[in-house]
Design a protein around this ligand. Structure first.
Ligand code: 572
Ligand code: ZN
Length: 358
C-alpha cells in the first residue's frame, strides 16, 4: 500500500493546508478506507473562516471533511459484513453505544459522540481514514461514490421530515434553498408531501429548486414585509402549511416559520444560525404550533441509501462543482463564495470507483 496520506488540515482559521499524516492502524471492529469523494458542508467553511461552528471551537489543527464515501482497503477481524473493495458511504459520527441516548435509540444525542471534522475530532478529507465497520454502508453498483457522500446531507433532510411526521398529502414550506433546504424538500416529496413551497434570497437557487421538484418558489428580499410574506405564503399554497422547515437559521426565516405554520402544525429548525433569536413565541404557542429542533440524524443512513438506490430521490444534480484533493483550497473558496449547490472533492480521480459511469 502506498504511504501517501495527503490530508486537508485546518491548522488555524483561514489556514487550510495539504499535509501528509500517518495512515491509521485499525482495531478489530474497524475498517481502513481509501477515501473517494468528500463534499464540503457549510460547517467546514465556518471552521475554515472563523475556527468555530455553534459551540464547537477549533483548538488544535484538524483534518476537514465529513460528507464522504470510500472503498474498503482493510477489514478488522470482527467486521463480517464488508470486504476489501466494497464501496461504502461513511456515517461520520460514532456514538459511545453505552449511554441512555445510545441505548434508547437516539444516538445522535450521545454526549460522547465522535464526529468527523468537529473539534477535536479529525475528518476524512484525506487518502486513508479508519471508521467503525458498522457505520459504513455498502453501496450498490448503480449508486455513485458522490451519491454515497451526499447521503450525509440527505440524512439531515430525512431526519427533519421524520421528526416532523411528514406524510402523504402534507403541504410543506421550506425556508432556504441551499443543500439542506433542497434535501429536506426532496425527502418531504419522497414521503408523500403533496405541495412544497420553497423560499430563498437568490433567484438562481429558486430556479434550481423548481427544476428539482418544488411546486412553488418565493423570492424573499432583505426588506420584505413580514406580514406580507406570511400572507403570500398562504396565498401561494392555498392553505397554511402543515409543516414549515427553517433551513436558513436567520432570524427572519425562523420568525416566518412560526408565523406561517398552520395552527396545530409543526415548525422545524434545521438551519444553523445565531444561538439566540427573537421570535414571536406566544402566538405560535397559543396556536399549538410544535417547535422542534434536530441534531444531525439517527438511524437514517440506511433510509437515505434506499431512497437513492430505489430512485425515489435524485440527488445527483445537487453536485455542481468538482475538484481534486490537490485543489482543496480552490474548492473551499468556491464553497465560501456560495457558487452552485454542493462542492465535491474527488480524492481519487472522478469515476475511478463508479462501476456505472456518470
Ligand atoms: O451535516 C450535518 C452537520 N451538522 C453539524 C455540523 C456540520 N454538519 N452540526 C454541528 C453544529 N450543530 S449545533 O452546534 N448548531 C446548530 C450550530 O447544534 C448542529 C450539528
Ligand atoms: Zn455537515
Amino acid at each position: 500500500m502506498a504511504q501517501d496520506n495527503l490530508s486537508a488540515l485546518l491548522v488555524k482559521p483561514k489556514d487550510l493546508r495539504l499535509v501528509q499524516t500517518p495512515i491509521p492502524e485499525i482495531q478489530e471492529d474497524e475498517v481502513l478506507l481509501r477515501m473517494d469523494s468528500v463534499g464540503i458542508c457549510g460547517s467546514d467553511v465556518h471552521y475554515w473562516q472563523s475556527g468555530a461552528c455553534g459551540h464547537f471551537v477549533l483548538k488544535e489543527p484538524m483534518i476537514m471533511g465529513h460528507e464522504a464515501a470510500g472503498v474498503v482497503a482493510k477489514t478488522g477481524s470482527k467486521v463480517k459484513h464488508l470486504k476489501v473493495g466494497d464501496r461504502v458511504a461513511i456515517e461520520p459520527g460514532v456514538p459511545c453505544r453505552y449511554c441512555d441516548f445510545c441505548k434508547t435509540g437516539r444516538y445522535n444525542l450521545c454526549p460522547d459522540m465522535v464526529f468527523c471534522a468537529t473539534p477535536p475530532v479529525h475528518g476524512n478529507l484525506c487518502r486513508y481514514y479508519k471508521q467503525a465497520g458498522d457505520f459504513c454502508y455498502k453501496l450498490p453498483d448503480h449508486v455513485s461514490m458522490e451519491e454515497g457522500a451526499m447521503l450525509e446531507p440527505l440524512a439531515v433532510g430525512v431526519h427533519a421530515c421524520r421528526r416532523a411526521g411528514v406524510t402523504t398529502g402534507h403541504t410543506i414550506l421550506v425556508l432556504g434553498a441551499g443543500p439542506i433546504g433542497l434535501m429536506t424538500m426532496l425527502s418531504a416529496r419522497a414521503m408523500g408531501a403533496a405541495k412544497v413551497l420553497i423560499t430563498d434570497v437568490l433567484q438562481s437557487r429558486l430556479d434550481f429548486a423548481k427544476q428539482m421538484g418544488a411546486d412553488h418558489t418565493l423570492l424573499v428580499g432583505k426588506d420584505s414585509n413580514e406580514a406580507d410574506l406570511v400572507k403570500k405564503v398562504h396565498e401561494i399554497l392555498g392553505c397554511h402549511p402543515d409543516v414549515s422547515f427553517d433551513a436558513s437559521g436567520v432570524v427572519s426565516t425562523v420568525r416566518l416559520s412560526l408565523l406561517a405554520t398552520k395552527s396545530g402544525g409543526k415548525a422545524l429548525m434545521v438551519g444553523m444560525g445565531s444561538p439566540e433569536v427573537a421570535v414571536p413565541l406566544a402566538g405560535a404557542v397559543a396556536r399549538e404550533v410544535d417547535i422542534l429542533g434536530i441534531f444531525r440524524y439517527v438511524n437514517e443512513y440506511p433510509i437515505a441509501l434506499s431512497m437513492v438506490a430505489s430512485g425515489q430521490v435524485n440527488i445527483k444534480p445537487l453536485v455542481t462543482h468538482h475538484f481534486d484533493l490537490e485543489q482543496t483550497l480552490e474548492a473551499y473558496e468556491t464553497a465560501r463564495q456560495g457558487q452552485g449547490i454542493k462542492v465535491m472533492i474527488h480524492v481519487q480521480p472522478r469515476n475511478t470507483n463508479n462501476p456505472v459511469k456518470f
